[in-house]
Design a protein around this ligand. Structure first.
Ligand SMILES: Cc1ncc(COP(=O)(O)O)c(C=O)c1O
Length: 500
């Protein structure tokens, strides 16, 4: 038991603290960790295929609750067995499931630096130059979008948080501008409960989830039908806005998704922007998936009118080869951050508000926040914007290649020409009419490929039917490899048919 004494030397063992005394230990420890991570890269498959029961047993056997400490070597060996041998490898080209990208080495170097220094981007006295680096990276991306000089932004934990900020600011701004209601001070009232948000039926679920978190409820989100390319129908948007007005509800915002999660489709931002301006409602562009394509020659025209948006979500951890987290929320008018800002005497007193030292905490819904901007700064410096754009164009072209292969194969049904780097399709066993049998076969294919560690393919539903989905984010993937994965899918589908 420690007691309160006044002695000169520390009474506790501080060997493991990262400080001037532990430089050798730091270097040796990281070197050892690097060897383990290098070995992880040698795993043949994207996943060991281990069962959840075996993983539970391992987790229990290596429980942290027995208060026994280990040497670093021993702990590394344990974490290899429990985690590194069984983690999903997003760099493995057999992984084509979700929006997880392989990461770039400069970003990992930056991550090591910022994690070790442990900067928290909150107030100037905690983050100094990190504040300026974050602002510099935000300026780079607002310029890429052509946002006005009044624009600003902040790094967030991901697209879900960025979309939350967009809807919250849209709600509070509309309430204040049109009704003089100060939600930050007084909370919601009956008028706010009539607020309505419009987005395509294919938009990300975080729009609904966030509307609920904001006290507006799922039903405040009005889904707008899409065309055969899964893009929002602007005429349907106008009809829906008019219909809600007739019901006595109050349209406040429209979300244009640029890169829907399943189809990569881009809502027509130009027309949606004109409608938003006509009705004087907030335009949010959810570019979590497709926003980074503003850097490409192939897609930048689709994002041209994002410059007129009130806010934008962009996820660098989806499509700019950054480790999680790396995401930004951009606002066309930095004054609107006032709906988020708070001044605390102990941290960022109000009297310092306009001094020359920026406190980025006033732009965030978080308090302690990671210095994620450094990864992107490093990536831009070392890899460069052009290389990143080429990677994005490459994965788009690979998706088009997959489309060409599948649409010429009688065993597959495709539903769209890829707009970005996803492709949704379905294995069709010949001679079977029953759609639910096809659903079962497609789920069997997905699960058996995953469980055997062969390939990770996603699934989704369209009109109630199960489809498979590739999300391509690895520029190292080849057409040959894609053909292999398609071959494995076919093999599993035919096997199922033969044994049932
Ligand atoms: C269009 C879109 N918006 C938002 C999100 C949420 O992003 P995050 O997972 O970074 O919270 C996603 C995630 O897939 C997405 O596809």
């Amino acid at each position: 038991m420690l007691t309160h004494t006044t002695i000169l030397d520390p009474v506790v063992d501080t060997t493991l603290l990262f400080d001037g005394h532990s430089k050798e230990l730091y270097q040796d420890s990281l070197q050892k960790a690097i060897e383990y991570v290098k070995a992880f890269l040698d795993n043949d498959s994207f996943y060991s295929g281990i069962s959840i029961d075996e993983l539970r047993q391992k987790t229990d056997a290596l429980s942290v609750q027995n208060d026994q400490t280990l040497s670093l070597d021993h702990a590394l060996a344990q974490i290899k067995d429990l985690y590194l041998d069984n983690a999903i490898s997003f760099h493995n080209t057999s992984y084509v499931a979700h929006l997880n990208c392989p990461v770039l080495i400069p970003a990992l170097v930056a991550e090591l630096i910022s994690n070790s220094v442990n900067t928290a981007v909150e107030t100037w006295d905690q983050s100094t130059s990190a504040t300026l680096i974050e602002q510099e990276v935000i300026n780079w991306i607002t310029t890429a979008f052509g946002l006005p000089k009044t624009a600003d932004g902040v790094f967030t934990s991901g697209g879900t948080q960025s979309n939350f900020m967009a809807l919250m600011i849209a709600r509070d701004h509309y309430a204040f501008k049109h009704y003089g209601i100060n939600i930050k001070e007084n909370g919601l009232n009956d008028i706010v409960k009539r607020f309505r948000i419009f987005c395509s039926e294919k938009s990300h679920f975080s729009i609904k989830k966030n509307a609920a978190l904001l006290g507006l409820g799922y039903n405040s989100v009005i889904p707008i039908p899409t065309n055969e390319r899964f893009e929002m129908e602007p005429e349907a948007l106008v009809l829906a806005i008019e219909k809600e007005k007739q019901k006595g509800n109050i349209p406040i915002a429209v979300v244009a998704t640029t890169g829907t999660t399943d189809y990569g489709s881009f809502d027509p931002v130009e027309t949606i922007n004109a409608i938003a301006k006509e009705y004087d409602i907030w335009l949010h562009v959810d570019g979590a998936y497709g926003g980074c394509y503003v850097l490409t020659d192939t897609h930048k025209h689709l994002l041209k009118d994002a410059q007129y948006a009130d806010s934008i979500t962009i996820d660098f951890h989806k499509t700019l080869f950054q480790p999680v987290c790396s995401s930004a929320f951009l606002l066309a008018n930095d004054d609107h951050f006032k709906y988020v800002s708070h001044y605390a005497d102990y941290l960022n007193p109000i009297e310092n508000k306009d001094n020359e030292f920026p406190d980025l905490i006033v732009k965030s819904i978080q308090t302690t926040r990671r210095f994620d901007a450094l990864k992107l700064w490093f990536t831009l410096k070392v890899a460069g914007e052009k290389t990143l754009a080429e990677y994005l164009e490459t994965v788009h072209y690979r998706a088009l290649d997959v489309y060409d292969i599948l649409k010429n194969d009688i065993y597959f049904e495709t539903v769209h020409q890829p707009a970005l780097s996803t492709i949704v399709f379905r294995f069709k066993a010949l001679g079977i009419d029953n759609e639910s049998v096809h659903d079962t076969i497609n789920l069997y294919i997905k699960n058996s490929l995953f469980n055997s560690g062969t390939a990770s393919v996603a699934s989704t539903k369209l009109n109630g039917k199960v489809y498979l989905k590739f999300t391509l984010l690895n520029p190292a993937i080849t057409v040959d490899k894609l053909q292999d994965i398609i071959g494995w899918i076919k093999e599993k589908g035919l096997t199922y048919q033969n044994i049932n």
